[in-house]
Ligand binder design. Structure first.
Ligand code: DX5
Ligand code: ZN
Length: 213
């Protein structure tokens, strides 16, 4: 997969065979990728459930140098920040669609714990919701969802691309990450619009080697 593209690659373990997670993590390590993306879902914020901090903890114990990028798709992320911090999360990403009270409380907890922080926006969410947070808090990156969150293997929503450009112009120093439906074509498009980090689920784990996707 366009490994030559100068971006951070974040394989999403959600797309891996759940009975063979060790092999999936080893594929990431073999590809010389330093980060793994963990999609955490509660069945409320998104119409699916995935896994909890135990999986993160087990990965961290065995592959301690692998950076855990934790994407919380939870209606109450604040309940799960401490368990994921204890499990070894390197960065925790929250959704900006949640109430300001929940987002602010979560950001404060992450700042106190000196954990890297990201904010995510769904395809239909306007970039404006991010502005107050980007101005008042040290946000490490923005995750622009290019699918409706909940499932791996969906088609990339091209209409979200202008949001990347808008954010790039207003906040040139904030890392922009695209999440959902990334393949060689959509990776190149996302890069052209300004994304410098790309989550890869199905295209990385389902049969195609990183070099060839
Ligand atoms: C969707 C998740 C994504 C997804 C990426 O809710 O946030 O990280 O698993 O998988 P692909 O690349 O298959 O869309
Ligand atoms: Zn994700």
């Amino acid at each position: 997969m366009l490994k030559s593209l100068a971006v951070e690659w974040l394989p999403s373990i959600l797309a891996a065979n759940p009975l063979d997670l060790r092999n999936a993590v080893e594929k990431v390590v073999r590809s010389e990728i330093k980060q793994i993306h963990l999609d955490i879902m509660d069945g409320h914020f998104v119409p699916n459930i995935s896994f909890g901090p135990q999986i993160a903890e087990s990965m961290h114990e065995v592959y301690s140098s692998l950076f855990l990028d934790v994407h919380l798709m939870l209606a109450r992320p604040d309940d799960f920040i401490d368990p994921f911090l204890e499990a070894g999360a390197g960065r925790i990403i929250l959704h900006a669609e949640l109430s300001k009270r929940i987002v602010t409380r979560s950001l404060k907890r992450l700042r106190d714990a000196a954990c890297l922080t990201g904010l995510a926006i769904n395809p239909e969410t306007n970039v404006d919701v991010l502005f107050p947070y980007l101005e008042d808090w040290a946000i490490d990156r923005v995750l622009i969802m290019s699918v409706h969150p909940g499932f791996s293997g969906q088609e990339f929503i091209t209409s979200v691309l202008p949001k990347v450009k808008m954010l790039k112009m207003r906040y040139p120093n904030v890392m922009l990450c695209m999440d959902g439906g990334i393949n060689s074509e959509t990776a190149a498009q996302s890069f052209d619009y300004g994304a410098r980090a790309l989550v890869v689920g199905a295209s990385f784990f389902q049969g195609l080697s990183f070099e060839k996707v």
